[in-house]
Design a protein around this ligand. Structure first.
Ligand code: ZN
Length: 365
């Protein structure tokens, strides 16, 4: 069995809004530039996969858009209707920093459809593991409030679809995007069947969510794990947090499938994060997830693409993930590896983060 890779050029045509970086244009903010969430990070990944030859070794294709019934399992009809109406009228913006152009509704439904198809491919045994190059991303989107470039919660839609189809019930989501997965957390906060884990830069975005104290509500208490990490967390500390906090939580929960919200904005050169991850960090974290999935759930592992805003670095980080998933010898060496190795934190800072991880481990376990 191969690694399945779901992507669609139409997802790269999502756009809209009048922003200069994250700032609405107006006053003293000169127009131009657009939002950092641009299609280029993803298009360059597809191009890199073709150039190295890895694309030929994975099972690449598109998928149908998520249906309205799929969307309604997560999002209320009034939100979907408002989104569709604005999309049909030529585009607009709902929520916070989530502009879309004409047809944006259909593109977002397609993005969710890629995630749904990837999860079904893994659970049905059609693929060894799978990756969805979803765009727009999904992990910030609340049921009725889009934010942080996310218009529909792709992972939640995929999870609810496979639960409704009886393909799996106990599902774990590990979110290593540098920002808190507040939308995914909100959907599953009271749900004991879905473990949500988010590693993120402490109080980056959103600034008011992602604290370790948010552990789930009611029957879902204990099925939400937030791991806020200080700015400057590097390669070694990311792996330590995975090893000491994420892997034990997965083992205790014993999911039927593991989903990763794979953002690349913990990259050391990302404009929206202040962490020091490298392509090797993502390679190593993927290997950890594969080992955990092998042990717990017959290797069933699916990743969706979330954030990541360095047009030059994201493709190399994601290529490292895909070459690991597919156990391929084809590699795309990180051109920033030598520079970023020099920028890794020293032992004093690593010890500081390690003590923070110890406090979290004592609090959680
Ligand atoms: Zn992010």
């Amino acid at each position: 069995m191969q690694t399945a890779f779901f992507h669609d050029e139409r997802c790269l045509w999502h756009g809209g809004g009048n922003y200069s970086f994250t700032l609405p244009v107006g006053g003293l903010v000169q127009p131009g530039g657009g939002l950092p969430e641009s299609p280029e990070t993803k298009r360059r990944l597809v191009n890199l996969l073709r150039v190295t030859g890895l694309m030929a070794l994975i099972d690449a294709g598109s998928a149908p858009a998520a249906s309205r019934q799929d969307l309604l399992r997560v999002h209320p009809a009034r939100y979907l209707d408002a989104f569709k109406a604005a999309s049909d009228a030529g585009g607009g913006e709902l929520g916070l920093r989530t502009p879309f152009g004409p047809g944006g509704y259909e593109i977002a439904a397609l993005s969710a459809g890629l995630a749904k198809a990837a999860l079904i491919a893994v659970l049905s045994g059609a693929a060894r593991n799978a990756y969805a190059l979803s765009r727009p991303p999904g992990h910030h989107c609340l049921p009725d409030f889009p934010n942080g470039f996310c218009l529909l919660n792709n992972i939640a839609i995929a999870v609810r679809a496979v639960q409704a189809a009886g393909l799996a019930q106990r599902i774990a989501v590990v979110d290593w995007d540098v920002h808190h997965g507040n939308g995914t957390e909100a959907v599953f906060l009271a749900d004991p069947d879905v473990l949500t884990i988010s590693l993120h830069q402490d109080r980056n975005y959103p600034m008011d969510t992602g604290a370790a104290e948010a552990r789930g509500n009611g029957a879902g208490h204990g099925a939400n794990l937030n791991i806020p990490l200080p700015p400057g967390t590097g390669h070694a500390s990311y792996l330590e947090a995975m090893e000491r906090l994420v892997l034990p939580a997965l083992t205790r929960f014993h999911p039927e499938v593991i989903i990763v919200a794979s953002g690349y904005d913990a990259s050391a050169v990302d404009p929206l994060g202040r962490m020091l991850a490298t392509a090797d960090t993502f390679r190593a974290m993927t290997a950890m997830m594969m080992t955990s999935a092998d042990t717990l759930c017959d290797g069933k592992l699916m990743l969706t693409h979330e954030g990541g805003y360095s047009e030059v670095h994201v493709p190399f980080c994601a290529h490292a993930v895909l070459e690991t998933l597919s156990a391929s010898a084809i590699t795309a060496p990180d051109p920033l590896a030598a520079t970023l190795a020099l920028r890794q934190p020293g032992p004093e800072w690593q010890a500081h983060v390690s003590a923070h991880i110890t406090r979290l481990a004592q609090y959680f376990y």
